[in-house]
Ligand binder design. Structure first.
Ligand code: FAD
Length: 489
């Protein structure tokens, strides 16, 4: 209901603008409640892989932008990891100068159509908005997405100019957001950049992990195509460390940036994890999203989920796994999480979407054993109830198993989504590359330099599972350090 009213308000404002009855130098509507935009109906969307959030139209965007108070202290901008000039771009949206708004965002953030969709704004910019407590924050993420989409669809985005060739050559390992950021920044500075990707599609988690109903593939492909137009070379199906080692690559390139991500699944170490029907989230999401198993038999990749699916975990990966499973049409999808909703690391919006789509949440619950039938297929999951104890190293209260609380959940398939660590291939095949105990590459924080001369690293392979924006921020910072190293400038 609220959404409908707000859409009407946006429409009315649009009509007033067109009649010349709205004064654009005034922003009259900060007290209107936050517009969260329209979404596909839950009953419908649980049957398709189309985007859930439908995005603002121009009128809604202008109305939402009118809520921004343009605070002089810019708390939202300061809270953004890459300091997007939020009040300035929002003001340009309000003035309906969307091309200029897009250019303003591009000054500091390279991929706003991606960040506008997946960045956890609720913990960054929107958390700092002064309207938050009374009326709800300005929908900064949705405005960012609107600006980028509008600019893309209306041909307002042109590849940024690149400086004359410097003659220096840089290789990026992996094509996730951190490498894309490095490639964009260094190419603008005139360096030749080649991106090596082990998979057959570029984009890293943006392509193989995050489902299309949260991030349509054309958005990621557009960003890669823009980089290609700028002259970045993209090579797929090349696993660095197997096809070519870092040492061999070093002979052809002045600098190597490792952005190989954290795609190695963490097992639960629970008896029965080798039963048929048990997937790591990495395998499950890659099958569904990258290999498009949901279109089988039109595509070649099959999947098996049966009638009852269980997903274990509480992060974005668990949420994406559960929502993908739901769209494959089983009888039920149950998510087991060992803490409460308040401690869930997944984005709040995605948890709400998952609940609306009919996923059963079992909080304070952990699997202790997976039981199979005589053919080695998963049959049921033995679970235990937890209670929250003292805070652990992560600062969150530690889940403690409750004696005698064991119970069973029937399951034909189960997806383990409890975390991931760096792919070890490069670390194992590159002598002298210092790593920490969980396999992450150790870098000097200010420069992203590794223990080896001319080799830099960033994103999830350094941080462990983090966020798209932090991966991009690492890439931007590393690009500056690399440029200084190459040119002494
Ligand atoms: P990646 O995106 O992992 O890219 C690494 C790339 O390197 C991959 O394409 C991989 O194939 C390639 N590669 C690996 N090894 C080699 C090699 N040896 N040779 C060549 N190529 C190699 N963050 C958010 O901010 N919001 C979200 O909503 C969100 N949802 C997520 C959902 C899922 C399912 C997952 C898994 C993560 C999510 N994240 C989210 C986290 C975010 O996607 C990551 O933090 C980010 O993608 C890390 O970027 P990266 O470039 O470091 O690594």
């Amino acid at each position: 209901m609220e959404r409908c009213l707000l859409t009407t308000a946006g429409h009315l404002r649009g009509v007033l603008y067109n009649l010349g009855m709205e004064n654009k130098s005034k922003k009259p509507t900060p007290a209107i409640k936050q517009n969260l935009g329209c979404h596909q109906d839950p009953a419908e969307r649980r049957n398709n892989f189309d985007e859930v959030a439908l995005g603002f139209g121009l009128e809604e965007a202008v109305t939402e932008a009118a809520r921004c108070l343009g605070c002089k202290t810019k708390p939202c901008e300061l809270a953004c990891p890459v300091n997007v000039k939020i009040p300035e771009f929002v003001d340009l949206v309000y003035k309906e100068d969307i091309g200029a708004a897009a250019s303003k965002i591009f000054e500091t953030s390279l991929f706003p159509a991606i960040c506008g969709r997946v960045c956890p704004q609720e913990t960054y910019c929107e958390a700092a908005c002064v309207l938050k407590d009374k009326f709800g924050p300005v929908s900064i993420g949705r405005l960012e997405r609107f600006t980028a989409d509008y600019a893309r669809r209306n041909g307002l985005i042109t590849p940024p100019p690149c400086a004359p060739d410097t003659g220096f050559k840089v290789a990026c390992v992996g094509s996730g957001p951190t490498s894309l950021a490095v490639a964009a920044e260094l190419r603008k500075l005139g360096h030749a950049v080649t991106v090596f990707e082990a998979l057959h599609e570029f984009g890293g988690v943006l392509s193989y992990g995050i489902p299309t109903f949260r991030l349509p593939r054309e958005v990621v492909r557009f960003e890669v195509a823009t980089l290609k137009k700028m002259g970045v070379r993209f090579l797929k199906n090349v696993m660095i460390g197997k096809s070519i080692t870092i040492e061999e690559l070093k002979k052809d390139f002045d600098i190597i940036y490792i952005g190989s991500g954290a795609g190695l699944p963490s097992p639960m170490n629970t008896p029965g994890e080798d039963l048929v029907g048990v997937y790591s989230s990495n395998e499950f999401l890659t099958r569904i999203n990258l290999m498009e198993a949901y279109k089988f038999p039109v595509t070649d990749t099959p999947y098996y989920i049966g009638k009852k699916v269980v997903v274990v975990g509480g992060g974005n990966t668990a949420m994406d796994s559960a929502r993908c499973a739901q769209r494959l049409g089983p009888g039920s999808v149950t998510l087991l999480y060992r803490r409460t909703r308040a401690e869930m690391p997944a984005r709040g919006e995605e948890v709400e979407n998952a609940m609306e789509e009919g996923i059963n949440f079992e909080f304070l619950t952990a699997p202790v054993e997976l039981e199979g039938d005589e053919k080695g297929r998963l049959k049921r999951v033995k679970c235990v109830r937890m209670a929250l104890g003292e805070p652990d190293a992560s600062g969150r209260r530690k889940p403690v198993p409750q004696k005698g609380s064991e119970f069973y959940v029937e399951a034909d398939s189960l997806v383990v989504a409890i975390g991931a660590s760096p792919n070890p291939v490069i670390q194992q095949t590159t002598p002298g590359l210092n790593t920490n105990k969980w396999g992450g590459i150790i870098v000097e924080e200010a420069t992203a330099r590794t223990s080896l001369d001319g080799i830099y690293a960033g994103g999830d392979v350094v941080r462990g599972g983090a966020t798209v924006l932090l991966a991009m921020k690492d890439g931007k910072n590393a690009a500056l350090a690399i440029h200084r190293k190459l040119t002494g400038n």
